[in-house]
Design a protein around this ligand. Structure first.
Ligand SMILES: *[C@@H]1O[C@H](CO)[C@@H](O)[C@H](O)[C@H]1NC(C)=O
Ligand SMILES: *[C@@H]1O[C@H](CO)[C@@H](O)[C@H](O)[C@H]1NC(C)=O
Ligand SMILES: *[C@@H]1O[C@H](CO)[C@@H](O)[C@H](O)[C@H]1NC(C)=O
Ligand SMILES: *[C@@H]1O[C@H](CO)[C@@H](O)[C@H](O)[C@H]1NC(C)=O
Ligand SMILES: *[C@@H]1O[C@H](CO)[C@@H](O)[C@H](O)[C@H]1NC(C)=O
Ligand SMILES: *[C@@H]1O[C@H](CO)[C@@H](O)[C@H](O)[C@H]1NC(C)=O
Ligand SMILES: *[C@@H]1O[C@H](CO)[C@@H](O)[C@H](O)[C@H]1NC(C)=O
Ligand SMILES: *[C@@H]1O[C@H](CO)[C@@H](O)[C@H](O)[C@H]1NC(C)=O
Ligand SMILES: *[C@@H]1O[C@H](CO)[C@@H](O)[C@H](O)[C@H]1NC(C)=O
Ligand SMILES: *[C@@H]1O[C@H](CO)[C@@H](O)[C@H](O)[C@H]1NC(C)=O
Ligand SMILES: *[C@@H]1O[C@H](CO)[C@@H](O)[C@H](O)[C@H]1NC(C)=O
Ligand SMILES: *[C@@H]1O[C@H](CO)[C@@H](O)[C@H](O)[C@H]1NC(C)=O
Length: 560
């Protein structure tokens, strides 16, 4: 290409409206920035100095090239959460799973094509706890001339929910690992980076995100939960949402006053400005129905205002559901169904090659140095295996046939059958450890029943699978019954997503087809549980020919 042609092409791609552009170029500079919240200032890790980070836009079928340059004194990787990464596992991002970290001063080009997905996703750091401030939205628009399967909104808005710590989150988690106990909960929640009206004993602030609406117009809210450790309720006074999509998959539209959203999940909802001019309170607060689990109970607030409202108008208030509102949560979850139209069919696998049963939960292991934990520490496990992070990336180890990094013997069932959610508890709360993968042939069909356990306490687990979407075919409380429960599965229009909550003291069954070769992480998206070891990975072999094979590693792939 002549250099002036290349210049024109690049320019056109930066201003997407100009031409139909198939390649989107982004530059992410990972830099520190001092930021003030809750009456104190601290340096946080950001992309391009923004918190939340910049929104990445693409059209379905576009290739996205993001050059990430690390300017901070900490290793970095970025994950494009929910992007299927067909054959491009090198660009998925989880540290030591698909790549070695980008070292301070280094850069890496993420290179992937967005195929068969449209809607909202998120990008975030995938190393230690950096994602608390290193995150942003991914907006995937439908192909040119393909309409939304719902009335076209007048405007679209990104709403990112998060958590804010007064301390550095790396210090928070390192302190917890040393003690063996649970890490501190966050100090506040945020809506588009701001906690709202806060009045604590020694700190009162009015850092309020303001959302303007014009009377009569309809808005598409692209809602993202970027929090580390908390499922959230989201609600707006006097307004109802029409949910149309989750995790970049269309759903049958339904109306609700309250949205439930777990870390890593996204929800697109229509909101019509059909109320009297005025100001209305927006709230985001924690859902956690396991009473023993400590949570941040501060509600984040924002203000929705009609643009013709007088500055002096009072705000119409609302209160979020209580933290243990299981019914409100279930109501939302059970309303989610795939659109399953001719254009967007739900291709649920009906026959299963690998039927897996995974217990997910906590454990207690010895830790002589853990004084606060009385010589033991909290861990987490899948099928009683606490995953040990390797020191070289698993995808490299697989591709280059490096020995001794992992074993492909992850157990398809837990080692013991017991009353997972009840009594008596198992004789020992200890786990084993290892870097174990479960191997799948290309294009196998897989069912996983994820069963919460009551070791220490039953608790919900928003489990995320990389590399695939799955269908949520069933969920309930108690122990999964392999005889009775499959009869109740929805194999017609189950919701399709990449992250779903295993209910407290219950189970969830998912199905997917392993049509993407590579190494794919499965983990709880509560970062504290990931740190503790609630994670494993699938190794999917190549199929036939290059179109069913992993692309070769890029030249700038970081080394360990
Ligand atoms: C407010 O008080 C709490 C507890 O007394 C303390 O931990 C926190 O650092 C204080 N915050 C500020 C901004 O002084
Ligand atoms: C950022 O804040 C810290 C205190 O938290 C201060 O020491 C430092 O000088 C500030 N840096 C800049 C660039 O403002
Ligand atoms: C992106 O990856 C594809 C293979 O998937 C490769 O053909 C292409 O050259 C890469 N682009 C850049 C800019 O490296
Ligand atoms: C965690 O909370 C404890 C108790 O409030 C406090 O002493 C400690 O400093 C906190 N740790 C961090 C890293 O903020
Ligand atoms: C919120 O949590 C704090 C600390 O755990 C506790 O002191 C406070 O009473 C709680 N507030 C409410 C309303 O539950
Ligand atoms: C929710 O918590 C409140 C306050 O702790 C308690 O009174 C109530 O019984 C709980 N509700 C349920 C359904 O557990
Ligand atoms: C459940 O949803 C229905 C229909 O939207 C609503 O009428 C009902 O009040 C909801 N129940 C709870 C507990 O939220
Ligand atoms: C499992 O535990 C629960 C709660 O303790 C109890 O009600 C139930 O009967 C137990 N199930 C079996 C099969 O033992
Ligand atoms: C988990 O593994 C440990 C160590 O081998 C064992 O002691 C424990 O009984 C196992 N627990 C379960 C529930 O299988
Ligand atoms: C794994 O378990 C073994 C044996 O119990 C123990 O010696 C080792 O320290 C553990 N490794 C990690 C990383 O926890
Ligand atoms: C996977 O298997 C299904 C069912 O046998 C088949 O329809 C589909 O074409 C296969 N996909 C690929 C990518 O080979
Ligand atoms: C950064 O990553 C490299 C490569 O894996 C590793 O050797 C190094 O210890 C890491 N640095 C830190 C501070 O974790």
């Amino acid at each position: 290409m002549d250099s002036w042609v290349r210049m024109l092409f690049l320019f056109a791609c930066i201003v997407p409206a100009l031409v139909e552009c198939r390649v989107r170029h982004y530059k992410f500079h990972v830099v520190q920035k001092n930021t003030t919240r809750l009456c104190s200032s601290k340096p946080i890790v950001t992309v391009n100095g923004k918190f939340p980070g910049p929104t990445l836009y693409a059209k379905e079928d576009d290739t996205v090239l993001v050059k990430v340059r690390n300017h901070i004194n900490h290793n970095v990787t970025i994950h494009w959460h929910g992007v299927k990464q067909l054959r491009t596992g090198w660009s998925d991002g989880p540290a030591y799973i698909t790549q070695c970290p980008i070292l301070p001063g280094q850069s890496y080009l993420y290179n992937f094509t967005v195929t068969g997905q449209r809607g909202t996703l998120l990008w975030h750091a995938h190393i230690n706890w950096l994602r608390s401030t290193l995150h942003g939205a991914i907006v995937i628009l439908p192909k040119r001339d393909v309409p939304y399967p719902f009335p076209k909104p007048d405007k679209e808005l990104v709403v990112i929910l998060g958590e804010w710590w007064k301390s550095d989150t790396e210090v928070v988690i390192n302190e917890a690992l040393k003690s063996g106990l649970a890490p501190n909960v966050s100090d506040a929640h945020t809506i588009n980076g701001l906690p709202g009206i806060v009045s604590l004993a020694n700190c009162s602030t009015q850092d309020v995100y303001k959302l303007p609406l014009e009377s009569g117009k309809t808005y598409l809210l692209r809602i993202i939960n970027a929090a580390l450790n908390e499922e959230l309720f989201f609600k707006i006074a006097s307004h109802e949402f029409t949910v149309v999509e989750v995790d970049a998959s269309y759903v049958k539209p339904f109306k609700t006053e309250t949205i439930l959203i777990a870390p890593g999940q996204t929800t697109n909802a229509l909101l019509t400005a059909d109320q009297k001019s005025g100001k209305y309170l927006i709230v985001a607060s924690t859902f956690m129905d396991a009473p023993v689990v400590a949570v941040d109970n501060l509600t984040a607030t924002a203000t929705l205002y009609y643009t013709d409202t007088l500055a002096s108008s009072p705000t119409v208030l609302t209160t979020p559901p209580p933290r243990n509102a299981t019914q409100v949560a279930n109501n939302f979850t059970l309303s989610l169904k795939s659109l399953n139209s001719k254009m967007y069919p739900a291709n649920v696998p009906l026959t299963i090659d690998h039927s897996l049963f995974f217990t997910v939960g906590l454990g207690i292991n010895p830790c002589p140095s853990c004084k606060a934990g009385n010589g033991s520490r909290v861990v987490a496990a899948v099928n009683n295996v606490t995953f040990v992070m390797p020191t070289t990336a698993l995808l490299q180890a697989h591709y280059f046939n490096m020995k001794g990094v992992f074993t492909a013997d992850f157990p398809p069932n837990p080692p013991q059958v017991y009353n997972y959610t009840g009594t008596p508890p198992p004789a020992s709360s200890q786990t084993t450890n290892g870097t174990k993968l479960y191997r799948l042939a290309f294009n196998s069909t897989v069912q996983i029943v994820l069963q919460d356990t009551g070791i220490i306490a039953p608790e919900s687990h928003p489990v995320h699978l990389h590399g695939f979407n799955f269908f949520v075919v069933g969920t309930d409380v108690g122990n999964y019954d392999p005889k009775k429960d499959p009869k109740k599965f929805n194999l017609v229009d189950p919701v399709e997503r990449n992250t779903m909550g295993v209910p407290t003291g219950g189970w969830t069954a998912i199905r997917f087809r392993s049509d993407n070769p590579g190494v794919w992480f499965l983990h709880c998206h509560f970062e504290v549980h990931t740190t503790w070891g609630l994670k494993m990975a699938f190794l999917v072999d190549n199929g036939k020919g290059h179109k069913e094979s992993l692309v070769p590693p890029p030249k700038d792939l970081p080394k360990c």
